[in-house]
Design a protein around this ligand. Sequence first.
Ligand SMILES: [Zn+2]
Ligand SMILES: [Zn+2]
Length: 322
Amino acid sequence: MDKQQRGKLEDGGLLCRFAHLVLPFLEPAGLASVSATCKALHVVSKAVTFRRISDASRYLENYPIPFFNSVDSQLYANFIYTPVQTLPTSPSIPILCWGGDIGNGPDQVRPDPFLFRVEGAHGCDCESCGSNCPCMDFPQECGPSCRCGSECENRLTQKGLSVKLKVVKDRRKGWSLCAAHFIPKGKFICEYTGELLTTEEARNRQRLYDQISKSSHFSPALLVVKEYLPSGNVCMRINIDATRIGNIARFINHSCDGGNLCTLIVRSSGALLPRVSFFSSRDVLENEELAFSYGDTTLNSKGSQCFCSSACCRGILPAEHT
Ligand SMILES: [Zn+2]
Ligand SMILES: [Zn+2]
């Protein structure tokens, strides 16, 4: 055996030894080719794939969100999971590992880069928040300006999922988010998270996604939410791109028949950013798809409320007022 052959064998042995640490970082195509090289790596690859199918959230949510596909051979959708909003990042950053039990556990406020106190902002002085708490004025929540702690029950959207969900492949719509059990009306489902963009960045990305869509099958998840004052004037525009980095809300499809979700902008007392949050607008049955509606305002030919003419646009989602 020459030096080169010995070197190759040692490299192979080293990869097998650390396969359980290295393989979770590979993209699906890379994982498939490594899996084909030897039996040992095939076994580790299979375990990694099983882990990915079993939880789209990479163990970052309170409950696992499994993928189900009886339509084609795609076992799971490949994207970077973030349970909270992030700042725009370069596509050249390496893919994050799938897995790692770094979730905070249920009923705990998750680490959030935007959940810090804005200077001069006011919150409540309650030690234990009840019906007299001034932050109970929904869609207001307790936040970083409040005296109460992370265990406060009036921090609903800061604690992650409170319902069990699954991602199911549909023949026509592609991946879709479904209820894994009955969900009563008015329940918090999830926030829409991803990269938070300025309007200029959002327009640039939309142009880029339009280009990519021309030559390949591509599903962008760039959402624009406009919050309207009761007077009808726009007061805020939030651009969230969940195409590459996002949470399970990126799988929520639009429905023309009104859907079963409503979008609310939830504000945490004293926090820098509000949260684009989905709530069930009616009772949702087990296995039913979760879908949002753009409302009954003027719609374009694709059924969404936007006229930018971009093929990638998911429309502008107006947030509702309670
Ligand atoms: Zn509180
Ligand atoms: Zn409070």
